[in-house]
Ligand binder design. Structure first.
Ligand code: 1GP
Length: 249
């Protein structure tokens, strides 16, 4: 059903104030831990799983997504690293453009390649403006997309891109410092963006502690994404701690 997952995300905001999204990279390196990871997410009040990565080192992505979907108790949303990762196992997908960049392939090229497959599969699309901000290191997404991030100390440029996203009809914007960023998107930037736009804001990249997450929710983030830290940590209660920090802010 179209709009079902988008409506669900809005209902999370209404009920909890902010939502927690956990990113799973369905790559070879995570193969052995996927089931346990999803199980932990199921126990930790994670609101949705995002699945996707900028680089796949083998061809088993689709099988891993199928397994994630089978085990997950919450919606599984495709967060595209590329059209080749698209399949029918997800509940919805972010139909996104890297709006901060000036690479036409990631503004409309990938989307045009994906669109007929999206129609054929019948997957729900959530239009999203993806805004890459410089988190102090060259991230995989910057390298793979050949796009330049917006400098962290230029919230005016970030706001202009977020407003453009809204006027282009995007339902959500993603303020992204990039996976493994040294610095997450600053609370100042989040606050300024929130003041200017009316659509929900996802913040991710470089968020390492529940306090990082809490501060960003207080600044105005609607959804927080963790990837690297929850993927790498052996602390099984970490997701729960993030969840509590995000839902109680
Ligand atoms: C990447 O924002 C996500 O797209 C998550 O980033 O891996 O740094 O948590 P991290």
């Amino acid at each position: 059903m179209q709009n079902q997952i988008h409506k669900y995300l809005l209902s999370v905001l209404k009920e909890k104030g902010a939502g927690y999204l956990v990113l799973i990279d369905p790559d070879q390196k995570n193969d052995s831990k996927i089931e346990e990871f999803v199980h932990t997410a199921n126990q930790s009040e994670v609101d949705a799983l995002l699945v996707g990565g900028s680089l796949m080192m083998d061809s088993k992505n689709h099988e891993r997504v199928e397994l994630i979907k089978k085990k997950a108790k919450m919606p599984v949303i495709f967060f595209p690293g590329g059209v080749q990762q698209l399949n029918g196992h997800y509940d919805a997908m972010f139909f996104m453009s890297i709006l901060s960049g000036r690479n036409p392939h990631y503004l409309i090229g990938e989307q045009a390649i994906a669109a007929p497959i999206v129609k054929d599969i019948g997957i729900e699309t959530i239009p999203m403006g993806y805004i890459l901000i410089d988190g102090g290191t060259t991230t995989t997404v910057e390298f793979m997309s050949s796009t330049k991030p917006i400098p962290m100390d230029r919230p005016d440029i970030t706001v202009a891109h977020c407003l453009a996203a809204q006027y282009l009809g995007k339902k959500i914007v993603y303020l992204e410092a990039g996976s493994g960023a040294k610095y997450p998107v600053s609370t100042e930037t989040i606050a300024i963006v929130k003041e200017q736009i009316d659509i929900p804001v996802i913040v991710g990249g470089g968020i390492r502690t529940p306090d990082d997450a809490r501060e960003r929710v207080i600044a105005g983030a609607d959804f927080i994404v963790t990837g690297t830290i929850t993927e790498k940590s052996d602390n099984l209660s970490l997701m729960k701690q993030f969840s509590e920090a995000i839902h109680s802010s």
